[in-house]
Design a protein around this ligand. Sequence first.
Ligand SMILES: Cc1cc2nc3c(=O)[nH]c(=O)nc-3n(C[C@H](O)[C@H](O)[C@H](O)COP(=O)(O)O)c2cc1C
Length: 174
Amino acid sequence: MNGVILYQSKYGAAKKYADWLSEELDFPCVETKKARISELISFDTVILGGGIYASGITGLSFLKKNIDSLKGKKIAVFCCGASPYDEDAFKEIVKHNMKDGLEDIPVFYCRGSWNMEKMSITDRTLCNMLRKAVSKKDPSEYEIWEKALMAVGDDKCDWTDKEYLKPLVEFINK
Ligand SMILES: Cc1cc2nc3c(=O)[nH]c(=O)nc-3n(C[C@H](O)[C@H](O)[C@H](O)COP(=O)(O)O)c2cc1C
C-alpha cells in the first residue's frame, strides 16, 4: 500500500500530525497548496489534514475540487481544533464540512494547539473580537469552541498527542 498525506497548517498543529503520520505509515507529506492532482494519481491512499478555522477545515476545497479524480482511492480527513473532543460538536463540524461529494469520507479529530503570540494580527484581532462577543453570553450557553476560547485566554497550549492518530492509523491499515 502506498499513500500520501496532504496538509494545510497555519500554526503547526496539522503539520505536526502530518509528520507523525508520515513516520508511522511511511507516506510522504505534501502541503495541500503545493499538491497537483496529476501527482496523486499513483497513490492508493490519500489523507488530508488541516486546522479548523471558524468551523471550516482548511484545505478541504482541494478534495472537493478533485474528488472525481480520486475515485477508488482510500481517503481520510483529519482536522485540528483548539476545542476538546466533543461528539456532538464534532458531528456538526463533519456535517458542515463534508458536503458536495465528501459525505462518505471518514473524518478524525486531533486536538491542536493555541498560541496568541504566534498568531497573525488578523487572527489575534478576530479571536479578541470573538472573545468580547462571547463574554456577553451566559457561560452555560457557550458552544464547545467558545468554551475553549474563553478557557485558554492568552495562555499558550499544546494539546497535540500521537494518541489522537490511533483511530486514523487503524483505519488506514485496515
Ligand atoms: C481565527 C481562528 C479561528 C479558529 N476557529 C476554531 C474553531 O472554529 N474551532 C476550533 O476548535 N478551533 C478553532 N481555532 C483554533 C485552531 O483550530 C487551532 O489553533 C489549531 O491547532 C490550528 O491548526 P494549525 O496550526 O494546523 O493551523 C481557531 C483559531 C483561530 C486563530
